[in-house]
Design a protein around this ligand. Structure first.
Ligand code: NAI
Length: 384
């Protein structure tokens, strides 16, 4: 019997109720697919408001210690407590455990109304770099002593003029950071028989950051996966089944991903492009309501819904648990329990097709019957 330990963090706001609906679905799918052969052992870790109430801190050391040695975890959404100087718990976790790849599959569930005519043509998975770029948080407000000092340094030492009234932000991107992200995307594409990996960058303008991302990406593919990959030019010659590595400039990417989404499969992007692009693509298939995600280091994966704590719905048993449940399915697939993962995806698809959805999705499913959070979980268990 295989027992897989999964550490879980309940999360704030709607966290408790979406977990209550999600866990039985994940457990039932595993039981149905493998009988007694596979089982998840859930171990709770405290974080967020629950940790603050019980232990007086939002991210207890005990939680960090366990995650430091863990491989698989799932978390509900964590609220960023309002107040100056309080760093988001999500960002803290991402940085503390070097969760450098944010991975989000984007696929259409038939029955959902969407803003595009052919959402079924969208089947992509975005690998977004999670630790570098303008998100590194190195910036100073206009007029601050630091901004002034930096502007003076740029003028006197590097002979470039920046308006003394400017706020300043810094965009660091490294070869290591770019290559490890692209490597993950290429490996995924090869393992899952995907046709292409597209590097999305703005290298025509930001040559030494975004442009370098593109160059490092191609270099990585060539050096590590040379026999298994080819460029778009090589692919155009025809007759070859290797994985295509291509690139698109970000602004063009938004156009072509809308007009011809079927031309794209795996996406690898620096932090900011990846952030924009994953929400943009999710909108094409009907929004974030059904969008799962995972943040990964080389050792630890933390699966989590893409939405926040939805305080408006908290405690009402009306929130949509799908994003957490589908994140669970991603986890099962990564564990090699693909049958259980597929059962969960099919169960969600069936609920949408039968027009039984939660309040957030109801406006997108004409003629639907709105069900609560726990009821939706029950429906999925029955659908398995
Ligand atoms: P949010 O995702 O919580 O809410 C955005 C909108 O979507 C709201 O109208 C909300 O009611 C709705 N919504 C979200 N999830 C839903 C669900 N499962 N079912 C039904 N409706 C749902 O984003 P918002 O309002 O910007 O953030 C609220 C809090 O969540 C903040 O404290 C923020 O820091 C935190 N947050 C945490 C994240 C995480 O833990 N990864 C991600 C995003 C936000």
């Amino acid at each position: 019997m295989t027992v897989q330990t999964v550490y879980w963090i309940e999360g704030d706001g709607i966290g408790p109720e979406i977990w209550k609906a999600a866990r039985p679905v994940i457990d039932a799918a595993v039981a149905k697919a493998y009988g007694k052969a596979n089982r998840i052992e859930w171990k709770e870790l405290l974080a967020g408001e629950k940790a603050f109430e019980e232990l007086g801190e939002h991210l207890p050391q005990a939680t960090m210690d366990v995650l430091g040695g863990a491989e698989v975890a799932m978390k509900g959404p964590l609220q960023t407590p309002v107040g100056k100087g309080f760093r988001s718990l999500n960002v803290t976790l991402r940085l503390a455990f070097d969760l450098y790849a944010c991975i989000r599959p984007i696929k259409y569930f038939p029955g959902l109304e969407t803003p595009v005519k052919h959402p079924e043509k969208v089947d992509m998975i975005v690998f977004r770099e999670n630790t570098e770029d303008v998100y590194a948080g190195i910036e100073w407000p206009a007029g601050s002593a630091e901004a002034k000092k930096l502007i003076e340094f740029l003028r006197s030492e590097l002979k470039v003029e920046v308006s003394p009234e400017a706020g300043i932000g810094i965009k660091p991107m490294t070869e290591k950071g770019s290559k490890r992200l692209v490597e993950r995307a290429v490996k995924y594409a090869l393992d899952h028989d995907r046709p292409s990996v597209t590097l999305v960058h703005k290298g025509n303008i930001m040559k030494y950051t975004e442009g370098a991302f593109r160059a490092w990406g191609y270099e990585l593919a060539r050096d590590k996966f040379g026999a298994l990959t080819m460029t778009e030019e090589e692919a155009a010659a025809g007759g070859d089944k290797r994985l295509v590595i291509k690139d698109r400039i970000a602004d063009n990417m938004f156009q072509v991903a809308l007009k011809r989404p079927q031309e794209f499969s795996v996406i690898a992007a620096p932090n900011l492009n990846g952030d924009y692009l994953s929400d943009f693509l999710a909108a094409q298939v009907g929004g974030l309501g059904l969008a799962p995600g995972v943040n990964k280091s080389d050792r630890l994966a933390i699966y989590e819904p893409t939405h926040g704590t939805a305080p408006r719905y908290a405690g009402r048993d009306t929130a949509n648990p799908s994003s957490l449940i589908l994140s669970g399915a991603m986890m099962l697939e990564d564990l090699g329990w693909g049958e259980a993962a597929e059962m969960i995806q099919a169960a969600v698809a069936k609920a949408v097709l039968r027009k039984r959805v939660t309040v957030d999705l109801a406006p997108q499913v004409p003629g639907s019957q709105t069900v609560g959070c726990s009821e939706f979980g029950d429906i999925l268990v029955n659908n398995l």
